[in-house]
Design a protein around this ligand. Structure first.
Ligand code: SF4
Length: 321
């Protein structure tokens, strides 16, 4: 983890904003990520994702506290249910690195970062009662749990009679690639079918240590998908998106989703408009293999779940920055 003094030596202009931003949403940067970015350049696409910005602290039009409607979709704490066949189990709120645009950046100071044993029991009992066939381990980052803790949770979920496969949503292979150990791959493989959905937004995130982590997952027989977020100043041009998606395919990672940025308070400076996003996706689609084209989706605040942006716009559901 990179310490604040080291980070502020690179960006002394952030000394006045760091603590305030950290109090709203933690500022944490892994060494692996730091080594890939130019920390002194505010326009660096990797730095923009992790360094605090004074604009985070300014309210903006369209800001939402619950941008994807998760509060109303939580039948019990630590579960999000938007569809009858699947549900998210939030196993922690901790991450190795905190992305400044994250739609779950609205933690309240002092709130618990992990479920208690009783809360986890209740969440798993709800999944059992609901009879879901797919459980998506999410967070935070599920790989912020120790191997033992993760194996225990996955074992309990896979023991539910209705559950046919699991999905693990994690940015750790990209932010903390050393976390992808052979033991972790074995746990996921042995409790499968397990799909791993990683999260990379820019070609430069795919450094050699990340490549090796992705290869360990794929070589363990785990299907790996990527979800990216469309972000102003990070990947809002066709060449960058095309390069990202092609590099992922080359690494045997299927681009799955390109998310329209969720309008959470504090990320307005990173949002892209939908018409602009649609034009970008059209340009990318015209130049890359079909294998390299993800679905461009929005997760509206009504809690109904992801919708293709093109359909959302044609149905008149404009909004969402
Ligand atoms: S790793 Fe995922 S959950 Fe954690 S801050 Fe980044 S986007 Fe949010």
């Amino acid at each position: 983890m990179v310490g604040r003094p080291e980070a502020l030596r690179a960006r002394p202009d952030l000394a006045g904003v760091w603590s305030a931003a950290d109090a709203v949403f933690p500022v944490r940067i892994t060494r692996s990520w730091w080594d890939r970015m130019d920390p002194s350049d505010p326009a660096d696409p990797l730095a923009k994702q992790v360094m605090p910005d004074p604009q985070e602290l300014v309210a903006a039009p369209g800001d939402l506290m619950d941008p994807v409607g998760e509060v109303a979709s939580a039948p019990v704490p630590w579960v999000v249910s938007k569809h009858p066949d699947r549900a998210l189990l939030l196993v922690t709120k901790r991450c190795h690195l905190y992305c400044r645009y994250c739609f779950r950046r609205t933690h309240q100071p002092g709130e618990a970062l992990d479920p208690t044993d009783a809360e986890l029991d209740r969440a798993i009992a709800w999944l059992d009662h609901a009879g879901v066939q797919e459980v998506i381990l999410s967070g935070g980052d599920p790989l912020a749990l120790s191997d033992d803790a993760l194996e225990t949770v996955i074992g309990r979920v896979r023991a539910l009679p209705s559950v046919r496969w699991i999905r693990v949503h994690t940015r750790a292979p990209v932010t903390a690639p050393d976390r992808v150990t052979d033991r972790l791959c074995g746990i996921l493989r042995d409790h499968g079918p397990a799909w791993v959905v990683v999260h990379a937004n820019h070609p430069r995130e795919l450094s050699s240590d990340v490549d090796e982590a992705l290869a360990r997952l794929v070589d363990a027989g785990l299907p790996v998908l990527n979800q990216a977020v469309l972000l102003r100043g990070v990947n809002d041009d066709p060449a960058t998106l095309a390069a990202l998606f092609e590099l992922l395919v080359e690494r045997r990672v299927r681009p799955y989703y390109l998310h329209h940025p969720d309008a959470v308070a504090g990320n307005a400076h990173l949002r892209v408009g939908m018409d602009e996003g649609l034009a970008l996706v059209r340009a990318v689609t015209a130049r890359v293999s079909g294998l390299a084209v993800p679905r461009y989706v929005v997760d509206p605040p009504d809690g109904e779940g992801k919708v293709d942006v093109a359909r959302w716009v044609s149905d008149g559901g404009r909004g969402g920055g």
